[in-house]
Design a protein around this ligand. Structure first.
Ligand SMILES: [Zn+2]
Length: 732
């Protein structure tokens, strides 16, 4: 649709003759009309508008209302004006849309409409002030709506080179040992293969890596390389040297003046860090862990390099400790435990990255979801629900169409095309937009654990941690700029209470703000400064251990990202609280303020667990499958010693079930020892054995997962104790 809005002293028009046979009926030839002090909306409805007439009508009404408010006009003249476009819609559709708009606008304005499909003559006197002539173009087939184009930020997922950045932070001794080893390895490889080229070296978690081009390595080469490296510890690392390698020259170009070149015997390199090296003599143990491939500058269109991951230490013991921990991590792998405890399965018929939850896995998930909702329901949140497919227009308006690109799953209906949703935010915006809220209703808070779908590359899919159907414990709240601090504090409370129950006490928070290049961010400086200050204040008030990190903000607003450490000391980015100044703009959201004027809300995105699938994989490993009672799929296993005890055992089981305790009865004709061992392998929290003595006294023999035992426990007392432990979400 194209419109031209003229704020006029008057317009006078006359219907001269029908332009085509189907022109609007009931219009008298020669009929004249004159409207004074009005806003004239010359309108052309286009072919592309037919795909979403309701959406276009809504935008049309919004635009008119906005302009009328700006110029303070009470009278509107809708004027069909075909000359604005060369691709007009079906006339019947266009006529109806104009009539619908007329009806709607009459609720607020004096409205006149010029006849549709007639040749008309007109006389108009334009007021000539700066806002008196405005044009708008919109339609859902467009890439992005005009509103959001005021400032260009590229959302497209393109394969672009990532520039190397110089890292100002000082490295720890341990890091220096690893990085020195990585470059030393490159020098050793260059001795063996003079044609190789050396890329960048850096860190991934507690490992170092170095990228090499033109080399083929296999796992059975690793021991020889490690030995060779340790034989070359006398190589000198010296500042200066001339770069022969185009990859290194490229790195230097990216890093600029801050970077230094180093000569290491047969190679000259540009590290990404200041003071990166340590005397090679302090390297006492090296282990090459694995190789992977990496694209030069992280761009799929570039050449592939071999990425060598390694660790190095100043003592052999440290290496052994490291390797032991790695082993432990493997034993805790959620893939392994998920299988042992029957938590989830994969099916080739269903597809990769689409794990299915078994009854036990579903218990775990429901407990997480229920807890999350418990934490929200008394803090003003309402639950909402949104469908899994949607018309593409929604994501074109929100910008996700470009952002997700190839990752969108498209669904072809009989006549219409849909996409599986990659994000829930735009849906929640639509719910907000369907109401007319006033400042008294703010903040408005929605909560929905909702599944989104993204076509991740099949090579990157892992168990529950990297999947194609991702359930976010999603929520959005709509508030005023002045309410950000208070709302953020409430979310922080939820985050901290949640992770306390999970037993993750060690964390830090990134206060992610804008970097130097302000053109990368949408929204005015004023709004950004207020938003950043509001988040900082909330972080201060709640005594969060936070670091202000520049350049880490989203393009749409500043955020707080929470990094929690698990029981293996591994750090996970889980919860997030984000301000968004862009989406309310894109969807033209508003509420009425105290002066009865439209005010734009701020949207806050928040996720507590992040994605529930990934969170499940994290806590399976964090607890090593030994879940606290409230999370455990099987809380109690009742084991009979002989068949004589079956009746009492069944009585105990049904009493526990009546008290919502997840209990299983093992009445197999196996030995008690075997049954107890099996229950231990399952990591059941309590094993209750019932023999003749227990039956006679109507008591239980209770064995904790830790091995402690108690005899002669009264059934009711045991049940009460369990209920208390579950309700308090105790970590015992
Ligand atoms: Zn969101």
């Amino acid at each position: 649709m194209k419109i031209l809005a003229i704020h006029a002293d008057f317009i006078e028009f006359m219907a001269k003759k029908k332009a085509f046979k189907g022109a609007e009926e009931g219009v008298e030839k020669g009929h004249k009309d004159k409207v004074e002090e009005c806003l004239v909306i010359f309108t052309a409805i286009e072919k592309r508008d037919e795909s979403d007439l309701n959406g276009v009508l809504k935008r049309y009404l919004q635009e008119i209302a906005n302009i009328a408010q700006q110029v303070n006009a009470q009278s509107i003249v809708l004027y069909p004006y075909a000359h604005l476009s060369s691709s007009l819609s079906n006339p019947k559709i266009a006529e109806q849309l104009m009539k619908d708009a007329e009806q709607e606008l009459k609720k607020k304005f004096n409205v006149s409409r010029a006849p549709f499909g007639w040749y008309k003559s007109f006389n108009i006197s334009c007021k000539g002030h700066p806002l008196s002539e405005l044009s708008r173009e919109f339609g859902l087939e467009e890439e992005t709506p005009k509103k959001a184009e005021k400032k260009e930020v590229n959302l497209k997922r393109e394969y672009k080179d990532e520039s190397f950045k110089f890292n100002q932070e000082s490295l720890s001794e341990e890091q220096k040992i690893k990085l020195t080893s990585a470059y030393l390895l490159a020098s050793v490889l260059k001795d063996m293969e003079p044609n190789i080229k050396i890329g960048s070296a850096g860190f991934y978690h507690d490992q170092a890596y170095i990228d090499i081009s033109g080399i083929k390595l296999q796992q059975n080469n690793f021991p020889r390389l490690e030995k060779e490296l340790l034989n070359n510890l006398s190589k000198k690392f010296e500042l200066g040297g001339e770069l022969q390698d185009d990859l290194q020259q490229n790195i230097l170009l990216d890093l600029g003046e801050k970077a230094s070149t180093y000569n290491i015997d047969n190679i000259t390199v540009v590290p990404l860090f200041k003071e990166p090296f340590i005397s090679p003599e302090s390297i006492k143990a090296v282990k090459i862990l694995n190789i992977a491939s990496a694209y030069w500058k992280n761009n799929q269109n570039n050449q592939q390099l071999t990425r060598i991951n390694l660790v190095a230490f100043d003592s052999e013991e440290k290496l052994q400790t490291y390797l032991k921990r790695q082993e432990e991590a493997e034993a805790r792998s959620h893939l392994k435990i998920g299988k042992e405890q029957n938590l989830f399965v994969n099916s080739e018929l269903v597809g990769a990255g689409l794990p299915l939850l078994t009854p036990k896995g579903m218990i775990l998930r429901c407990e997480i979801e229920n807890f999350l909702w418990d934490l929200h329901k008394n803090r003003g949140y309402s639950r909402v629900w949104t469908p899994h497919i949607t018309k593409p227009g929604l994501y074109k308006t929100s910008g996700h169409w470009d952002k997700f690109g190839e990752e969108l799953f498209k669904v072809q209906g009989k006549t219409e095309q849909f996409v599986m949703k990659p994000m829930n935010c735009p849906h929640h915006m639509q719910i907000f937009d369907s109401f007319s809220f006033s400042y008294r209703d703010m903040p408005v808070r929605y909560f929905e654990p909702a599944t989104v779908y993204r076509d991740e590359k099949s090579g990157s899919l892992v168990g529950m941690s990297r999947v194609r159907a991702i359930t976010q414990d999603d929520g959005h709240l709509f508030c005023r700029l002045s309410q950000i601090t208070e709302e953020t504090e409430k979310i922080i409370e939820i985050v901290l209470e949640f992770y306390k129950a999970i037993g993750m006490h060690d964390y830090w928070v990134s206060l992610s703000v804008r970097g130097d290049d302000k053109s990368k961010y949408l929204g005015s400086d004023d709004v950004w400064e207020k938003g950043e200050a509001a988040l900082k204040k909330a972080a201060d008030n709640k005594n969060l251990p936070y670091k202000r990190i520049e350049g880490e903000a989203a393009f749409y607003g500043p955020k707080l990202d929470f990094m929690f450490k698990d029981s293996m000391d591994r750090e996970w980015q889980l919860a997030t609280i984000q301000c968004d100044f862009n989406m309310p703009e894109r969807f033209d959201l508003s509420f009425m303020n105290e002066e009865s004027k439209k005010e734009r809300p701020v949207v806050m995105h928040r996720a507590i667990s992040g994605s529930i699938e990934r969170f499940m994989s994290v806590i399976i490993e964090h607890f090593a499958g030994k879940f606290p009672l409230w999370l455990s799929p099987v809380q109690v296993k009742v084991v009979t010693i002989t068949d004589r005890n079956l009746e009492f055992a069944k009585e105990v089981v049904s009493k526990m079930k009546a008290n919502d305790i997840r209990v299983e009865l093992d009445d197999r004709s196996e030995s008690m020892g075997k049954k107890v061992r099996d229950a231990q392998l399952e990591q059941v929290n309590y094993i209750v054995t019932i023999g003749d003595k227990e039956q006679e006294n109507k008591t239980l023999a209770v064995r904790k997962r830790t091995g402690e035992q108690e005899f002669g426990v009264a059934v009711d007392r045991f049940i009460l104790k369990l209920k208390d432990e579950i309700l308090s979400r105790s970590l015992r």
